[in-house]
Design a protein around this ligand. Structure first.
Ligand code: PNS
Length: 165
């Protein structure tokens, strides 16, 4: 039986962090004594922001939530869990379309490390359609994405787009 305080790890590429991610982080922070937002490279995605940029955007976005830390890792998530003495992964589940990918990842992580548990949290309904890739696409095509991301992230994306013009 686990007696130590549980460290929950919320892993992702967060490229960029959205209000949906923040919704999940706030919910996790109410449940767990400590939440580590762990940012990494997703080998299946082409990133818009560097790891350092994503870290700083996330740090600013969660600065008000006391029991949340932001960190980064490379390599396997299960190895990172070992490193920080955690066995608990938190992921957001928005819609049925997320389920297959999340189910596969959760079971693969359990295969790689026997006692790992993945906890799924559902965001507020208004964020169920929201994803970082949609924000990236809308921003690249000049659409209005202000309501989908925290203010600091909005400014950062606008700055980035100016540099690319
Ligand atoms: O936000 P994302 O891009 O959907 O997050 C996916 C992420 C980063 C959580 C996943 O790709 C991951 O855990 N990468 C680390 C490498 C790893 O452990 N791969 C095996 C996972 S089954």
């Amino acid at each position: 039986m686990k007696t130590k305080e549980i460290i929950a790890v919320y892993p992702g590429s967060f490229d960029p962090p959205t209000k949906g991610h923040l919704d999940i982080i706030s919910r996790a922070a109410k449940i767990f004594p400590k939440v580590v937002v762990a940012i990494t490279h997703n080998y299946n995605k082409k990133h818009m922001f560097t790891l350092e940029e994503r870290l700083s955007m996330m740090e600013e976005s969660v600065s008000e939530i006391k029991n949340v830390e932001v960190s980064s890792f490379s390599g396997l998530l299960v190895d990172y869990l070992d490193k920080i003495d955690s066995f608990c992964i938190v992921r957001g589940l928005r819609a049925l379309s997320d389920f297959e990918y999340e189910f596969q990842m959760a079971l693969m992580n359990r295969k790689l490390k026997k006692d790992v548990e993945t906890i799924f949290l559902m965001p507020e309904q208004e964020y169920t359609f929201l994803s970082s890739s949609m924000v990236r696409e809308i921003a690249s095509l000049g659409g209005n994405f202000k309501n989908f991301v925290p203010n600091n992230v909005y400014k950062k994306i606008k700055d980035k787009r100016k540099l690319n013009v």
